[in-house]
Write a protein that binds this ligand. Structure first.
Ligand SMILES: [Zn+2]
Length: 560
């Protein structure tokens, strides 16, 4: 990592105006300016912490599937007993190290979902499991190498540099799509004996298998369940839409978790396999801290993998895998769920990249960053560490709502960002001393994201988990005093709910006699909205609602 540390930009040289909009850390915060020195120190400490979480590799293992070793095993086997084969031992697969140089090349490589990519080499012993791996010889700003085993005749992405590490002979790949073709090379029994012999000669049998050669006869299918501890349901909730991988040497079988968190992989093994989760889907990817792909390496085992992430004894999220699971769930629901008909966050398409979420083990201001390639390549810097599960889920949704806002109306969004953040933050007065115009613009951006956040979180707990009396963040922001918050207001949710907080909590709360709008209408109101008042006027003009006569009153609760 030495090289990486040098290349990494110190925090204090990052222009502050790149950070566009922030998720507030607490309900009634006093925003304090931390000195740049403290920030830099903090960053260094975090970096150290991040590297400490990295997987440690041990020795390189002798490869039982190399063509050379398989031929040796065949010779040895045929000396011991009479075996016959139908064809020669020739290369069937290539063990490859891809060397993507840029995020674009990595995106191109990842686009082919038939290639299963690993950050870790496939022929090494693992000494200690971390939650990511980045090759120590590469700078953190460059993607780490990707390892894969691909069929010999498969085309590789043309312009990405790669190296063939080994030519492989894999006769026992037993996947559902590519049925175990026993007769192509030899009988099923002969193939099993050949693989056994090669494992023995390369010293890759474990003690139990040495003592009892019949221990690994029966084929089994990797399956199991993934759940995450949730502080609201007070139970382990299913993690859905998650890709789980089970790998044994150069063969991987994959499965997706369903709504109950259960998965079943599309193939079988005879021996133990390594289960793992790469915290990404086609549309987004979660990074451990700021640079490494977040990964969960499960134990090497035969049989089901049932995993519970996070501890029920903790009242906050302080487990990295629990953190990733909740971030994944929020991003999955926003990208792949019905999302109330709202516009999706930026999609992974031609010339666009997969959205990167830096899951930072810090509590602070999360942000959606416009100039993605500058902040170590991440679009979202998430800092919801130490919060409860509903807040972690809500924070990723909040940041994705900013990203989606840009897609609703790029021109208006850019104008808002300029007026609310870029302009003030580069001027003499600074980010915190805004005039009424800038306050209004920032209020629009943050109130919108807060509204989407609230609606998603309520849906998760009230509808999905049937906790009808669940309220988010102090009665869905209804308890918040008008004077206490000028940007992250309740105004959006106030247009949806039919509760007037002033009648319950008193006159220092916003007056809200508006109700009955839905979140999609509020989003449609963002089109062309470059000010706080624009949003209100658009909603009033575009939809019929008997309470619209109170919209001015609601929006005027926040005055400057
Ligand atoms: Zn925000």
């Amino acid at each position: 990592m030495k090289q990486g540390c040098k290349i990494r930009l110190p925090f204090f040289v990052l222009p502050i105006f790149l950070i566009l909009s922030c998720q507030k850390e607490e309900y009634y915060p006093k925003k304090t300016d931390i000195s740049e020195k403290t920030k830099a120190l903090d960053n260094l400490l975090e970096e150290k912490n991040e590297i400490e979480g990295m997987t440690q590799l041990g020795e390189r293992l002798e490869n039982p599937y190399s063509v050379q070793n398989m031929r040796t095993a065949w010779d040895s086997l045929s000396k011991k007993s009479k075996v016959t084969k139908n064809s020669e031992i020739i290369t069937t697969h290539l063990y490859i190290r891809f060397k993507p140089k840029t995020a674009e090349e990595l995106a191109e490589l990842k686009n082919d979902s038939t290639i299963v990519l690993y950050d870790l080499p496939l022929d090494y012993e693992i000494i200690s499991d971390g939650d990511f791996y980045h090759d120590p010889e590469l700078p953190q700003s460059q993607p780490t190498y990707k390892y894969a085993s691909i069929p010999k005749n498969k085309k590789t992405p043309t312009d990405i540099e790669f190296e063939v590490l080994e030519e492989l002979f894999i006769p026992d790949e037993d996947s559902d799509t590519n049925e175990f073709k026993a007769n192509s090379f030899a009988s099923k029994e002969t193939i099993d004996r050949l693989v056994d012999e090669s494992l023995r000669l390369t010293n890759n049998l474990d003690e139990l298998e040495k003592e009892n050669p019949l221990a690994s006869r029966r084929r089994w299918r990797p399956s199991g369940r993934v759940r995450v501890y949730d502080h609201i349901t007070r139970s382990y909730a299913p993690v859905t839409g998650l890709k789980v991988r089970a790998r044994r040497w150069f063969t991987t079988h994959r499965g997706f978790t369903n709504n109950s968190g259960n998965f079943k992989c599309g193939g079988r093994f005879r021996r133990k396999a390594n289960y793992s989760i790469k915290w990404d889907r086609y549309e987004y990817s979660i990074r451990s801290g700021t640079f490494g792909q977040a990964i969960l390496n499960g134990s090497k085992r035969r049989g089901n993998w049932n995993v519970n992430l996070g501890k029920s004894s903790s009242s906050i999220v302080n487990d990295k895998q629990q953190y990733y699971a909740l971030i994944h769930q929020g991003a999955l629901d926003y990208y792949y769920g019905s999302r109330f008909g709202l516009t999706s966050p930026p999609r992974n398409k031609f010339l666009r990249k997969q959205l990167k979420i830096a899951a930072r083990p810090k509590s602070g201001q999360s942000s959606y960053v416009k100039a993605r390639s500058i902040y170590l390549g991440a679009d979202i810097s998430l800092q919801a560490w130490g919060k409860t599960s509903d807040r972690v889920y809500g924070t990723i949704v909040h940041e994705l709502a900013h990203a989606a806002h840009k897609r609703v109306d790029r021109k208006s969004y850019n104008s808002l960002v300029w007026g609310a953040y870029t302009g003030p933050c580069t001027s003499f007065n600074g980010c915190q001393n805004l005039g009424p115009t800038a306050n209004g613009k920032r209020r629009l951006m943050e109130t919108w994201a807060t509204t989407v956040e609230t609606v998603f979180v309520l849906n998760r707990y009230r509808n999905l988990y049937r906790l009808k009396s669940f309220d988010y963040n102090s009665d869905n922001f209804q308890f918040q005093r008008t004077a206490a918050e000028n940007h992250y207001t309740s105004a959006g949710y106030d247009m949806i709910d039919n509760l007037n907080q002033r009648s319950i909590y008193g006159t220092d709360r916003p007056l809200d006699r508006v109700s009955g709008y839905n979140i999609k209408q509020l989003e449609l109101g963002l089109r062309g909205a470059k000010t706080w008042q624009d949003w209100k006027n658009n909603i009033k003009a575009r939809f019929n609602n008997p309470t619209e006569i109170h919209l001015d009153e609601l929006f005027n609760n926040w005055q400057n």
